[in-house]
Design a protein around this ligand. Sequence first.
Ligand code: MG
Length: 386
Amino acid sequence: MNRRNFIRLSAAAAGAGVAAGSLGSLGTLTSCGSTAGRKKTRSGRMKLSFKPIMLQMKHVFNISGFSSSERPSVLVEITYDGITGYGEGGLPPYLIGQNHETVQQFLSKIDLEQFSDPFQLDDILTYVDNIAPGFTSPKSAVDIALHDLIGKLLDVPTWQMFGYTAEKAPDTAYTIGIDTEEMIRKKMLETEPYNIIKVKLGAPDIEADKMLINTVRSMTDKPIVADANMGWKNKHLALEMIHWIAERGALMIEQPLPVNVFDDMAWITERSPIPTYGDESCQRLQDVPRLQGIFHGINIKLIKCTGLYEARKMISTAEAVGMKVMLGCTTETSCGISAAAQVTPKVDFADVDGNLLISNDMFDGIKIVDGKIILNNRPGIGAIPL
Ligand code: MG
């Protein structure tokens, strides 16, 4: 890193009115060290701190309805018994009402001193969830920090604590946003290390969607996963486009229609030649059973579902009703991305490239090698501040 960026961002955070002392240690802690035996000797109370950060995009990123050159995020630290767990919640524009100002107000209300230790995960997360409706991203940052902390206290990686096999983590997709042909060609050069290309469709003009696919196809025959981000407004046009992209090697389609047009979506799913996945239509656990028959699968994102604890319940529920699962992300540092990667051994598709799209990552975490997600053996989520 990037220390220069960190210092700059820290100064920006201070200017944004972060509570004194919050996340003061971030950037100096580089290792949790050995924690063997700590569970027996733990003591004290948990302390939570947080810091808003601004992530710089390598390219202006365009998806259906939004365009951005920088993205806000929030980092959370929870310290207990001399050990610190890290968490993060990205704040994309579609999380209405969740911005730097409001998430800091939300996080300020959390009092973890009433709990004896982080192993009371279920009680703590229920309490945090009940503080206010919404705020799924800062809730997820707290959930991640607790999982990281527990992993460090037990000296075990989070994926291992969940009982997963690291080698089963899939390839990640690399995302190409809506853009001009010239920019798509330029961005495609960066997709070389990846085995799956994710394309953002749903441009105002359907010909722009076709141009994007044709441009990608003129440069590679790698598999494509497609995300319309609700951009197609009627079921007939959407089904026609799904057939068109399937004929050009698309493996699946995410959210072709707006959120609540369930009858039309079920009509498409019944006829689609490739699996359909609900993303904007699938926020939290209670959405999973009601989407059975409407989509073939769901897209879980930690920032939507309040974190790893609920994400795992969603995976189990989807499994129980025969639905597929993809694990998505937003623009985040390697902290949030490493957390999301912990559950990827259990999913059909993974899209955990949010850290690869920014130029000021503040963590070292999971790696992508030859397109595949490589989970590390560090305790907790495997991310350490740079
Ligand atoms: Mg999506």
